[in-house]
Design a protein around this ligand. Structure first.
Ligand SMILES: NC(=O)c1ccc[n+]([C@@H]2O[C@H](COP(=O)([O-])OP(=O)(O)OC[C@H]3O[C@@H](n4cnc5c(N)ncnc54)[C@H](OP(=O)(O)O)[C@@H]3O)[C@@H](O)[C@H]2O)c1
Length: 240
């Protein structure tokens, strides 16, 4: 899609909230969206680590997915600075081993809190402003682990399947408000979180900058061209 594609949303003046912006996929998305000309509200547990990005077009705010008050406070701060919110990217995520032999559910609760409940709360907090935008966008970074089960932590897969459900419900229920919701579902990506996948090296798996390219495309697509799910494979598999 080029800048002249009919209906393409112009990044100029559009304001995007991005969670987990300080490293990994989130940092790559932040870099890409700044290049595209968006105004960004970056959320992270340690916003001071992104302080050099703070400026007229960029707000760095505390966001802790384990704090239920954090999403509203971040959305309020975004509105106070920019006066609008056009997009929300739920990127922050957590992965830990949790399987059927585990009796202690603390790790499962943690993953559900970060991968499901915080995105839900962020959608709630941003919703009035995404509605006001008329072309609000929500991108949830889920995972192939949320589409089919294969080798990863069962608890992580459970949380990401739930995040796919969140995406699906939001896509349906918010459609008439002009809000388009997309789940971007990568396989292994070259970040600190990268799972061991059949001995694949870091250069062989998907790179975070490629995920950022996909997110940039989705954010700019017009209301009449919505993509529900983008599965991204690093290696061939028949499904998805
Ligand atoms: N890498 C992969 O192979 C892969 C594959 C499929 C999907 N994904 C998904 O992609 C997204 C980004 O992951 P990544 O690969 O970039 O992993 P990463 O490099 O480990 O980064 C994870 C990000 O989430 C943030 N985060 C974790 N817990 C948080 C909390 N309680 N509150 C706020 N932020 C929190 C981290 O912040 P801190 O720096 O403060 O910890 C960090 O910014 C996640 O949703 C992940 O599940 C990753």
């Amino acid at each position: 899609m080029t800048a002249s594609s009919p209906g393409r949303l112009d990044p100029k003046d559009r304001v995007i909230m991005l969670s987990g912006a300080n490293r990994g996929i989130g940092a790559a998305i932040a870099t890409r969206l700044r290049q595209d000309g968006y105004r960004l509200s970056l959320g992270a547990r340690s916003p001071q680590s992104m302080a050099e990005q703070q400026g007229d077009d960029c707000l760095c705010q505390p966001f802790d997915a384990l704090d239920p008050e954090s999403p509203q406070a971040w959305a309020d701060a975004t509105m106070a600075k920019f006066g609008r919110i056009d997009g929300l990217i739920n990127n922050a995520g957590a992965a830990a081993p949790f399987g059927f032999e585990d009796g202690d559910e603390a790790k499962l609760d943690h993953m559900l809190e970060v991968n499901l409940k915080a995105p839900y709360r962020l959608i709630r907090a941003a919703l009035p402003h995404l509605r006001a935008s008329g072309s609000g966008r929500i991108v949830n970074i889920t995972s192939l682990a949320g589409i089919r089960y294969k080798r990863v932590s069962p608890g992580y897969a459970i949380s990401k399947f739930a995040a796919m459900g969140l995406s699906s419900a939001a896509r349906s229920l918010l459609w008439d408000d002009g809000i388009r919701v997309t789940a971007v579902a990568p396989g292994p990506v070259n970040t600190d979180m990268m799972p061991q996948m059949g001995g694949l090296g870091r250069e062989e798996v998907t790179q975070p900058e490629t995920i950022a390219d996909v997110v940039a495309l989705i954010l700019a697509m017009p209301n009449n061209a919505s993509v529900a799910t983008v599965p991204i494979n690093a290696v061939y598999e028949p499904l998805p």
